[in-house]
Ligand binder design. Structure first.
Ligand SMILES: Cc1ncc(COP(=O)(O)O)c(C=O)c1O
Length: 213
């Protein structure tokens, strides 16, 4: 990253999540803008955004319709409280989601992030069983390696040791984990699998008995 792009910018105060902070700050990678499926960094280089943000910009960056809708919305009503006051659009979106959701999944509770959604869902499940008189139903089952965000509930049902271990004594009780399903060796011959997966049109490498386990 060029010194011009960094001039006057202090990187010390911001603590970045899921990032090796010291390493990042020695060799920072800063983006300045985005359009379609490319970011542009502060030096003007284009970077292909292969993950669509963090899987949340799937319609592409800077889509005119979305930019205009956000601007229109902010200009009309920048914030509508959700406690005891409502906005027609929240109800309209909830109705549309209920129509899309299968079966009798016809009630919607909005949150601000995946982590908040997971912790809310865990609370709703506990409260639901208590309210119908089945307070014995208390166990949650997660998966090893599963990611459910950074709230205390999410890391309890999540299965990533580095995210859980520092907080083990404080996590929700009554949580079990099923084994994960990501077996490198078993998936060795799968097209595109990491560490030896067959590339399209190529013969598999190391296709011996050990690889098939
Ligand atoms: C299954 C699952 N739960 C929870 C989360 C956390 O979402 P957020 O980063 O919005 O808190 C994610 C994010 O990737 C997720 O994939």
């Amino acid at each position: 990253m060029s010194q011009t792009a960094l001039s006057g910018l202090s990187l010390d105060e911001l603590w970045m999540p899921f990032t090796a902070n010291k390493a990042f700050k020695k060799a920072p990678r800063l983006v300045a803008s985005a359009k379609g499926m490319y970011y542009t960094d502060v030096d003007g280089n284009e970077i292909l955004d292969g993950t669509a943000g963090l899987w949340c910009v799937n319609a592409g960056h800077g889509r005119e319709q979305i930019v205009e809708a956000i601007a229109r919305s902010a200009a009309t009503l920048d914030y509508a409280p959700g406690f005891n006051l409502g906005h027609p659009l929240s109800f309209q979106l909830a109705t549309q989601l209920a129509e899309l959701a299968p079966g009798d999944l016809d009630h919607v509770f909005f949150t601000n992030s995946g982590s908040e959604a997971i912790d809310s869902a865990l609370k709703i499940a506990i409260a639901y069983h208590q309210a119908r008189g089945d307070g014995q139903r208390t166990r949650f089952v997660g998966r090893q390696r599963g990611y459910h965000g950074v709230g205390f509930g999410g890391i309890a049902v999540g299965g990533i040791p580095a995210n859980r271990n520092p907080y083990l004594p404080y996590l929700m009780p009554h949580v079990d984990h099923l084994p994960h399903t990501h077996w490198h060796r078993r998936e060795f011959l799968q097209q595109g699998a990491a560490g030896g997966g067959r590339r399209p049109g190529r013969r598999a490498r190391g296709a011996g008995p050990a690889a098939r386990r």
